[in-house]
Ligand binder design. Structure first.
Ligand code: PEP
Ligand code: MN
Length: 270
């Protein structure tokens, strides 16, 4: 294990992060929304639907890290303005990915949580930059990264002064090809053994398949995750990114109900 000072368990009490009236690390968080913000109508419709289903934060990418430079890259500032409007209409705090260190400080006017995606987990200049601002950071695990490397990246952010880091397990690359990635759920209890930081699970990018999202969400909750982040689209077939893994608002609503029931059941056992 790399040297951990600020993120190590025992250094601090369990981290609890206040976002509006949500306490991440204490309350269960359900983040839902489209992979990409595509237009205002789509985003507001999805935002309203996920809120009705019980989500307590809205996700949506305005800057998209796409494998091909010819794929949809996101709406940028226009997308962030749409997200701000969605927050005004629903009250849901906004989670959105930042790709470039030069965008960190101004993006804070539009989002409540800055997401660092798997592809940028070890972008050290980006990590240092988000360490300087006063916004919670959702740090996704790199697809080729060990738990130790991941915690070292969180350490970069804490070292710069931002202690509000939420980790997100989103699957790692293995030889398996049926699922998009392999969800490493042992990372959840492992992180809890090693660190005081909250950890949530992204069953969407971990599996890449709609049919696997519900079972992996149930397993994530059972493993002790502090929340989930799930992609939802009102018309998945037409989605501009990640169309094979988007839940419809109806299937998200069913998932949310099952997850909240499971949470209640598990809480009664403790
Ligand atoms: C995303 O959340 O839209 C995303 C690109 O996820 P990841 O960085 O985990 O691939
Ligand atoms: Mn996506």
């Amino acid at each position: 294990m790399n040297q951990l000072k600020l993120t190590a368990k025992g250094i601090n009490n369990k981290t609890v992060i206040h976002i509006g009236d949500i306490c991440v690390g204490r309350d269960f968080i359900m983040i839902a929304g489209p992979c990409s913000v595509e237009n205002e109508e789509q985003t507001l419709k999805i935002a309203m639907a996920v809120k009705r289903a019980g989500a307590n934060m809205l996700r949506g990418g305005a800057f998209k890290p796409r494998t091909s430079p010819y794929s949809f890259q996101g709406l940028g500032l226009k997308g962030l303005k749409i997200l701000k409007k969605a927050r005004e209409q629903t009250g849901l705090p906004i989670v959105s990915e930042v790709l470039d260190p030069r965008d960190v400080s101004w993006m804070c006017d539009y989002v409540d949580v800055l997401q660092i995606g798997a592809r940028n987990m070890q972008n050290f200049s980006l990590l240092k930059e988000v360490g300087h601002v006063n916004k919670p950071v959702l740090l996704k695990r790199g697809m080729y990264s060990t738990i130790s490397e991941w915690l070292s990246c969180a350490e970069y952010i804490l070292k710069e002064g931002n202690s509000n880091v939420i980790l997100c397990e989103r699957g790692i690359r293995t030889f398996e090809t049926y699922s998009r990635n392999t969800l490493d759920l042992s990372a959840v209890p492992a992180i809890k053994e090693l660190s005081h930081l909250p950890i949530i699970v992204d069953p969407t990018h971990a599996t890449g398949r709609v049919s696997l999202i519900l079972p992996m969400s149930m397993a994530a909750v059972s493993s002790g995750a502090d929340g989930l982040i799930v992609e939802v689209h009102d018309n998945p077939e037409k989605a501009l990114s990640d169309k094979d893994q988007a839940l419809t608002p109806e299937s998200f609503s069913e998932l949310a109900e099952k997850i909240f029931n499971l949470r209640n059941f598990l809480e009664k056992q403790n």
